[in-house]
Design a protein around this ligand. Structure first.
Ligand SMILES: *[C@@H]1O[C@H](CO)[C@@H](O)[C@H](O)[C@H]1NC(C)=O
Ligand SMILES: *[C@@H]1O[C@H](CO)[C@@H](O)[C@H](O)[C@H]1NC(C)=O
Ligand SMILES: *[C@@H]1O[C@H](CO)[C@@H](O)[C@H](O)[C@H]1NC(C)=O
Length: 276
């Protein structure tokens, strides 16, 4: 069952496959992608410098951080960015600072799948002992960031403000990879807030995707012009194959965007993940 949940990662994260979450292809694609990544990892334990193979792990890991960064800056429940392809990658050690990657990548907007754009970015992973999150600078990103979803956002926002009671939902997607249509925007919102966590948690040795929104709990918000939610999300690191549960409290509105109020790792017992 856990593999089925994880397939959704691939669908939403868009690293490896472009196929939507489908329970049937579940264990197959997961094992395949895992095998490919593992074999890359063995070869590339030593950190390469200079031009990198764009499809190999080090370039992919750095590019994934750019994806998370773009989501924290520009995403919404109707606009999410996924890594489509790394075009060019270069790595260098910066003395007394860390390791810097220069990347050209193709980014895909997930909700309106057809739209892709090329971005250039720099990712600096600080030296290990500093425990600081990676720093990302995006120097260019054509058309893709300008996608205007304000009409859909406003409609969703008004619909949620008008709810007779506060929302509670669990297991998005469910263990068959299915997302109920009315939960799709909440799934997307989960992917965006997960990027806030994943951006800060990423190192050169991680490749994070959101596996599942375990719970969405809407909360009363003193400011009636905002929606407030507490999310339990499950994040999957493809390198260690570990799953982490995080609690994220945030507000959202079309005009203010997402404001993360609190995020903390929870000690949720992850053997529970395999249940429906
Ligand atoms: C997005 O579209 C809406 C409605 O068409 C328009 O009012 C708004 O100004 C646009 N926003 C941007 C940033 O272009
Ligand atoms: C990012 O993670 C570090 C630990 O790696 C933590 O000390 C810091 O508070 C986090 N920053 C944010 C903004 O969450
Ligand atoms: C989701 O909510 C249920 C019910 O409150 C709780 O038992 C469970 O631990 C939550 N899941 C996570 C991952 O925190």
């Amino acid at each position: 069952m856990i593999l089925c949940v994880l397939l959704a990662v691939v669908g939403l994260g868009g690293v490896i496959a472009e196929s939507p979450p489908e329970a049937t292809s579940c264990s197959h694609s997961m094992t395949e992608s895992t095998r490919v990544l593992e074999s890359h990892d063995k070869i590339e334990k030593v950190m390469e410098t200079g031009e990198l193979n764009p499809s190999h792990y080090p370039a992919q890991r750095a590019a994934k951080v750019v994806q998370h960064y773009l989501n924290t800056q520009y995403a919404s429940p109707y606009k999410i960015f996924g890594l489509h392809k790394v075009i060019r990658a270069n790595a260098e050690d910066v003395p007394n600072s860390g390791r810097k990657y220069q990347l050209d990548l193709s980014v895909q907007e997930f909700v309106e799948k057809k739209i892709k754009g090329e971005c250039s970015a720099e990712v600096l992973f600080p030296m290990e002992h500093s425990h600081a999150p990676p720093q990302v600078k995006v120097s260019s990103c054509e058309n893709i960031l300008k996608i205007n979803t304000s009409v859909q956002e406003e409609a969703f926002f008004q619909e949620q403000l008008a709810r007779p009671n506060l929302l509670f939902a669990s297991n998005i997607p469910d263990s068959y990879g299915h997302v109920a249509p009315e939960h799709v925007p909440f799934w997307h919102l989960g992917a965006v807030v997960s990027s806030y966590v994943m951006l800060n948690e990423s190192t050169q040795e991680t490749l994070y995707n959101m596996a599942q929104v375990a719970n969405v709990t809407q909360q009363e918000c003193a400011d009636s012009s905002l929606l407030k939610y507490e999310y339990d999300v499950l994040l999957h690191d493809m390198v260690s194959q570990d799953i982490f549960a995080w609690k994220v409290l945030f507000t959202w509105s079309p005009s203010e965007g997402i404001k993360v109020l609190k995020k903390e790792k929870s000690d949720y017992p992850l053997e529970n993940v395999t249940t429906t």
